[in-house]
Design a protein around this ligand. Structure first.
Ligand code: DX5
Ligand code: ZN
Length: 220
């Protein structure tokens, strides 16, 4: 059983003081930094690139950077984010022409390997590459924006995915991304997730530390 991980999505942070915001939420009990890369091609939004990832590492951020590539094509960005200090790189299978090759590139750069499943993508997509995965990112919203509502059908998908991953005998994390908050995080954990991406629930809170403490308490 993996210990629970909170991976705050910086998409909802204050970009005018990104380093301070990241340090604040890490100090309050979050473990990773979820880095939402959007290219206005795979998703209808544009966020930030490898330079910002490098800036956080140069700023002294030591927490694992959990890069979520919502980009197409994928392979060049894998290389650039690995060099910029990414610890985990996740992409969407639909965005790669050669799934096994893209996963291999992540492995070759020494990063942990993740695949993101959109609400419309069945878990069977994973079957041919399960042995290459360190994590599956289950999207509980359609990718592209923060602040959306959690799609309830995701809970059953998480449970079916947990069974599939447990059957491999390998330790593969399930991260859930989109509309996760203090009120539904326990339900998401009970469905089988162990890693929780939260953007607006954390960064839009009146008191971020208190909100993070509440989330941790709800998971305890
Ligand atoms: C959406 C991103 C999510 C999003 C989460 O495409 O992948 O990480 O930023 O934001 P909230 O937690 O606000 O739904
Ligand atoms: Zn994300």
């Amino acid at each position: 059983k993996n210990e629970f991980i909170l991976s705050p999505s910086i998409l909802s942070a204050d970009f005018a003081k990104l380093g301070d915001d990241v340090n604040e939420v890490l100090a309050a009990g979050c473990q990773w930094v979820h880095f939402d890369v959007m290219d206005n091609h795979y998703v209808p939004n544009l966020s930030f690139g490898p330079m910002i990832c490098k800036a956080l590492k140069d700023h002294g951020i030591e927490a694992p950077i959990d890069v979520h590539l919502m980009v197409e094509p994928v392979d060049d960005m894998i290389e650039q984010f690995a060099k910029a200090g990414a610890d985990m790189i996740t992409f969407h299978p639909e965005a790669s022409k050669h799934l096994h090759r893209s996963l291999s590139i992540i492995q070759d750069h020494g990063c942990k390997v993740g695949l993101a499943l959109n609400p419309g993508t069945p878990i069977e997509v994973l079957d041919a590459v399960l042995d290459m995965l360190d994590m599956v990112l289950v999207m509980s919203v359609n990718p592209g924006f923060g602040g959306q509502s959690f799609i309830p059908a995701t809970l059953d998908k998480i449970t079916r995915l947990r069974e599939k991953l447990d059957a491999t005998g390998r330790n593969i994390r399930i991260s859930v991304d989109g509309g996760v908050n203090a009120d539904n995080v326990r339900e998401v954990a009970d469905a089988g997730a162990d890693t929780f991406v939260m953007g607006s629930a954390i960064f839009n809170a009146e008191n971020r530390s208190a909100r993070i403490a509440q989330i941790i308490a709800n998971l305890s």
